[in-house]
Design a protein around this ligand. Structure first.
Ligand code: SF4
Ligand code: SF4
Ligand code: SF4
Length: 377
């Protein structure tokens, strides 16, 4: 251990590399410092201040995500001052806007007036759509705080529901800025930024227009980055609770990049898709097709039975009958016109193995090299 580069966190003497922050060192050694605004691989902003830590000799608490690790530093991540500061921040965040999940009455039996008010504002028969999958809620439980202590501040911006894939609920936004970093630093789409000032601050697109009228390409990176229910997939909102799904890891079938994704499956149906973080090639990012283009899987328009066209009309057939018909016609065409009368188009949506079989069939059975794929099939 290089004695020039060590610091002490909660009594543990730990090495660090020049340029690392206190948060980096803590995470490398499985010391949990909570964060809300911190987004991996983006420049830390210290916006939310939840990651504050106490450093001996420092005049105030420091944000661990921005404070560089220093030789000989003595850091406490859960001291009384740190915990009190985090509790105060959480109380203020919970009282700002529409955060009804953690605010139980003191008798622990009834919904509070606070909860009933925000419930009514949401115009929904249910409480928050991300209840159970929310970083702010997790921290409220961890530090046992509610939003009751402060009067609730209303957010003057109505929910934006006109977009095809994303609902923006400004009343639940904690202004952490993760969506902006996800859009501008990670995806480099530059579709959103902070607008207005102070209490009126808001994440805006194209001078405060709906996402659908902006440069947004609906990649959904911002939704995956949002730690609360301010950005939610439209199809998921109030249809799926987080604990009702199981996650199945797979490879995106739209193109050859091979993005790694999780299918969130409820009752045998894919209801949502997220990118797998920290894994090549996409490291959690997806495009609009990979993230939102899954409704075709359960589309009632999909064929489940072969169809044979006779006298201009399709009729259902068995697989044996359909395959015999295809073989008979292929043989006739090949005999009459030669193998180059055929051209085979496969699809980027099928697997490598299926594409291999298709080209093998084209070359070895049909005896032509006219084989290609079409990304839109
Ligand atoms: S966004 Fe999070 S903290 Fe706010 S109500 Fe929903 S679950 Fe609770
Ligand atoms: S969906 Fe993608 S492009 Fe649109 S705002 Fe979110 S991150 Fe930016
Ligand atoms: S929309 Fe979500 S990610 Fe963006 S600033 Fe608000 S809370 Fe943070």
């Amino acid at each position: 251990m290089d004695p020039e580069n060590t610091l002490t966190i909660n009594g543990n003497i730990l090495p660090f590399s020049p340029g690392e922050t206190i948060l980096d060192v803590a995470r490398e050694h499985d010391i949990d410092i909570p964060t809300l605004c911190h987004l991996k691989d983006a420049t830390p902003t210290g916006e939310c201040r939840i990651c504050v830590v106490e450093v001996e000799g420092a005049r105030s608490l420091l944000t661990a995500c921005t404070a560089p690790a220093g030789n000989g530093m003595v850091v406490y991540t859960e001291s009384h001052k740190v915990v009190e500061s985090r509790k105060m921040l959480l109380k203020l965040l919970l009282a700002s806007g529409n955060h009804n999940c953690a605010a139980r009455g003191s008798d622990d039996r009834d919904w509070t007036r606070f909860q009933l008010d925000v419930h009514a504002d949401d115009s929904s028969p249910e409480l928050c759509p991300t209840w159970g999958d929310c970083r702010l809620q997790d921290l409220a439980y961890r530090y046992q705080v509610t939003g009751e202590q402060f009067p609730r501040t209303d957010v003057p911006y109505p929910m934006e529901t006109v977009n095809p894939f994303i609902v923006r609920d400004f009343s639940r936004c904690i202004k952490c800025g993760r969506c902006i970093q996800a859009c501008c630093d990670v995806q480099v789409n530059n579709a959103i930024s902070f607008g207005y000032r102070g209490a009126d601050a808001k994440v805006v697109a194209a001078g405060d227009r709906p996402l659908k009228d902006s440069d947004c390409v609906f990649c959904g990176e911002c939704v995956q980055a949002c730690p609360v229910a301010a950005l939610v997939e439209k199809d998921v909102r109030y249809h799926v609770r987080p604990w009702e799904t199981k996650k199945v890891r797979t490879t995106c079938s739209y193109c050859g990049v091979g993005c790694q994704l999780y299918l969130h499956v409820k009752d045998g149906r894919v209801v949502k898709v997220t990118g797998v973080e920290d894994v090549a090639p996409n490291y959690g990012s997806l495009c609009v097709k990979g993230r939102f283009g899954f409704n075709f899987i359960a589309s009632p328009d999909r064929l489940t039975t072969p169809l044979i066209k006779e006298n201009g009309e399709f009729r259902e057939a068995s697989w044996d009958e359909a395959l015999d018909k295809v073989a008979e016609n292929f043989t006739r065409i090949k005999n009459d016109h030669g193998p180059d009368a055929f051209g085979v188009l496969t699809s980027a949506r099928i697997s490598n193995e299926e594409n291999y079989i298709a080209q093998k069939f084209t070359r070895a059975v049909l005896k032509t090299n006219s084989v290609d794929h079409c990304a839109r099939l």
